[in-house]
Design a binder for this molecule. Structure first.
Ligand code: F0G
Length: 361
């Protein structure tokens, strides 16, 4: 049973501060998705929709902690590289803190909603002639030279805030079903969430609040065109090898060098999980299926459901499993992808008879 409201700062005991620079992040819904549950035939399926955060992605959970740290340090410029969502969240939280924000985006590869957010919240936006990984190389260098405080997920305080995704999932799933989930399926880009969830569960086990056997199996999903983590899992490598060329419609996870891999690979391996790659078509199909169940997500988020479908088909996920899919960003983040995946508007005349005729009635 919940005592008090859900939200990041409900879990202050597990965080480095009592409170952060906050606009009520966290406390996102855990939805039933009856059609996808029936289709995949798992025992129980829920979707944790992180698109319902203030700026429309899970990044807010990290920024409420990270920007607080920056405030304490007294830095005068915050910066990140981003496929879009991090820049939107940093611009917003930086504005709340009254601190200058600089964001580096891969030119032409960031969804419209995200650039609009960064812009309106007042960030200075640099469009880089290169992919996300190149942007992160540059901004890390700027941070090393003392030019800015880095708020990518390389910053461990970001991941502290993102631990609360895992804590909320356990509480909500038990509240709704009486049980804990067996598995969490999530999209992977830099693998920050994978690392953060694993840390949250390890801390629960160490504190005695969670049985080691009850830690959910972490299952990562990448786009086929940007799948270095999947490659490492499939080949049994201890390290992830950077992909120089990456491409996918799911621009949020168009990443070839998952910087949190050293923390995330053990999370997948030690929970008995796996990683799987899905095609852009499978991602769009899953985005449509989620939308038909009333859950509007951006393409990268739908990768989780696409991965679940694939692993059910291969038998890797069993029919008796209780599963949570993480959807990381809101449909409106990428209006172009949503419009392309949905039906086209039909032009009609401005009179009722004409409309009825068009409808064939
Ligand atoms: N889903 C969405 C919608 C994202 O924006 C991201 C990462 C991920 C998944 C991957 O999460 O890195 O924890 O594995 N977006 C970053 C950004 C890279 O700049 O917004 P991860």
């Amino acid at each position: 049973d919940f005592e008090g409201e859900l939200g990041v700062w409900r879990y202050a005991d597990a965080l480095p501060f009592e409170a952060g620079v906050s606009i009520d992040e966290g406390g996102t819904p855990l939805y039933e998705v009856p059609t996808i549950e029936a289709e995949t035939g798992v025992a129980d399926l829920r979707v944790k929709h992180e698109g319902m955060n203030p700026t429309g992605s899970f990044k807010d959970r990290g920024m409420t902690v990270g920007v607080r740290v920056a405030e304490r340090l007294g830095v005068d410029r915050l910066a990140c590289a981003s496929t879009g969502n991090t820049s939107a969240a940093l611009a917003c939280y930086g504005a709340r803190a009254g601190t200058e924000v600089l964001v580096l985006l891969p030119a032409g590869k960031v969804a419209a909603g995200k650039v609009a957010q960064a812009s309106l919240h007042g960030a200075r936006i640099l469009e880089v002639d290169g992919n996300f990984d190149a942007c992160l190389d540059v901004v890390s260098d700027l941070a090393d030279r003392g030019e800015a405080y880095l708020l990518n997920s390389l910053n461990p305080f970001r991941l502290e805030g993102q631990k609360t995704i895992g804590l909320e999932i356990l509480e909500q799933f038990r509240d709704q079903t009486g049980d804990l989930p067996d598995r969490i399926v999530l999209p992977v880009g830099n693998a920050g969430n994978t690392a953060a969830l694993y840390k949250a569960f390890r801390e629960l086990v160490r504190s005695g609040a969670l049985d080691a056997d009850d830690v959910p199996t972490l299952t990562g999903v990448q786009a086929e065109g940007a799948a270095p983590m999947v490659e490492a899992i499939e080949e049994g490598n201890d390290e992830v090898h950077r992909w120089e060329e990456v491409e996918t419609r799911a621009t949020a996870i168009r990443i070839g060098n998952p910087v949190n891999a050293p923390k995330a690979l053990p999370g997948i391996r030690e929970t008995g999980g796996t990683a799987v790659a899905v095609s852009d078509e499978e991602i769009t199909d899953a985005q449509r299926a989620l939308a038909r169940d009333g859950v509007g997500v951006e393409p990268a988020s739908a990768a989780s459901v696409a991965g679940l479908r694939k692993l059910r088909e291969s038998g890797e996920i069993a029919a008796d499993e209780r599963v949570v899919c993480l959807t990381t960003g809101h449909l409106l983040k990428d209006p172009d992808a949503a419009a392309a995946a949905g039906a086209d508007p039909e032009p009609v005349p401005a009179d009722t008879d004409g409309v009825l005729e068009h409808l064939g009635e």
